[in-house]
Write a protein that binds this ligand. Structure first.
Ligand code: ADP
Ligand code: MG
Length: 273
C-alpha cells in the first residue's frame, strides 16, 4: 500500500502527475475516500466516497449538519484515522497507508491540526503547550519562544501564558489549540470548528490570524458553522451524509496591502524580522 515514504524536507512542490491538475501543483488530494466505523456488530459509514483537491495556499471551509462526517473527514486528511478505502495524496505523495509514526513526523512539520475538543496537555502551562509543539517541529529554543509569544499576543492570550489550560474558558483553550497548531507555520492547517466556543472578539482574533496565515501562503481547511468564518474562505464545501453535496468557489478574499507580510521563507520556522 505504501508506494513511497514522504521526505519531510524542503521538497514542498514536488508533485507528480497524481498531484498536479491543470498545471497547478496540489497540496492535498483525496480520491474516493470512505470511512466505516464498526462497533458492536453495527457499521456506521461516516465518510462515503469523498473526492477533494486543495491547492497550495488555498483556504476552504467545510460546512454541514452535525453527524455529516466533517470531523471524520478532517481526521482522515490529517492521518489521525485511516480510511477504509480510497487514496490520500499530500504534495504528490501517497500517504493513506503510512504508519502512525510516519504520519506524526509529517504532521509535526507540515500540518497543523486543531481538534474539536482542543486536546491540550493539562499539566503544562499555556505557554509550554505552544512552545513544546515548536520544539518538536525543530525550532531552536529562542525561535520557539519568539513564535509562541507572537501567537499568544496575536490571539489575546499573553496574560494567560503561565496558566494551566483547565483555568481557561473554552474559548481561550480553543485559541491556545490554534496557537499550538500554527506555531510551526504548517503548509496545511486543518481545524475542526476553531471558533465554536468563541465570543465575537475571540472569533475576530482567530479570523484575523487565519486571514494573515492565508495571505502568507498557508493552506487552510476548516470545519465551521459560522457563516462569517466561512465567508473568509475562498471555497465552501458542503458535506451531507458523508458525501460532498456542494463545492462552491467564493470571491477570493484580499488582505489589505498593509496587512500583507512577505512570502514565507522555506524553513520550518522563521525568526521575526
Ligand atoms: P460531524 O463532525 O459532522 O458532526 P462526525 O465525523 O463526528 O460528524 O461523525 C459522523 C458519523 O460517524 C456519526 O454518525 C458519528 O456517530 C460516527 N462516528 C464518528 N466517529 C466514530 C467512532 N470513532 N466510532 C463510531 N462511530 C463514529
Ligand atoms: Mg465534528
Amino acid at each position: 500500500m505504501i508506494r513511497s515514504v514522504p521526505r519531510v524536507s524542503a521538497d514542498q512542490h514536488g508533485a507528480d502527475q497524481h498531484g498536479a491538475s491543470h498545471g497547478q501543483t496540489l497540496l492535498l488530494r483525496a480520491s474516493s475516500i470512505t470511512k466505516t466505523f464498526r462497533a458492536d456488530g453495527t457499521a456506521v459509514s461516516a465518510v462515503r466516497g469523498v473526492d477533494l483537491m486543495l491547492g497550495h495556499g488555498e483556504f476552504a471551509a467545510i460546512m454541514g449538519p452535525s453527524g455529516s462526517g466533517k470531523s471524520t473527514l478532517l481526521h482522515l486528511l490529517g492521518g489521525l484515522e485511516r480510511p477504509t478505502s480510497g487514496e490520500i495524496w499530500l504534495n504528490g505523495r501517497r500517504v493513506d497507508g503510512l504508519s502512525q509514526a510516519k504520519w506524526a513526523v509529517l504532521r509535526r512539520q507540515h500540518i497543523g491540526f486543531v481538534f474539536q475538543f482542543f486536546n491540550l496537555v493539562s499539566n503544562m502551562t499555556v505557554a509550554d503547550n505552544v512552545e513544546l509543539a515548536a520544539l518538536m517541529g525543530g525550532a531552536t529554543k529562542r525561535q520557539a519562544r519568539e513564535r509562541r509569544d507572537e501567537l499568544l499576543a496575536d490571539l489575546g492570550l499573553s496574560a494567560k501564558a503561565d496558566a494551566a489550560p483547565a483555568r481557561l474558558s473554552g474559548g481561550e483553550q480553543q485559541r491556545v489549540a490554534l496557537a499550538r497548531a500554527m506555531v510551526n507555520r504548517p503548509s496545511l492547517l486543518l481545524a475542526d470548528e476553531p471558533t465554536g466556543n468563541l465570543d465575537s472578539s475571540g472569533s475576530q482574533s482567530v479570523l484575523r490570524l487565519l486571514t494573515r496565515a492565508h495571505a502568507d501562503g498557508q493552506a487552510i481547511l476548516l470545519v465551521t458553522h459560522d457563516a462569517r468564518v466561512a465567508s473568509a474562505a475562498e471555497r465552501v464545501i458542503s458535506l451531507f451524509d458523508g458525501m460532498i453535496a456542494d463545492d462552491a468557489a467564493m470571491r477570493p478574499p484580499r488582505a489589505k496591502p498593509s496587512q500583507r507580510r512577505p512570502a514565507p521563507l522555506p524553513t520550518v520556522l522563521r525568526l521575526r524580522g
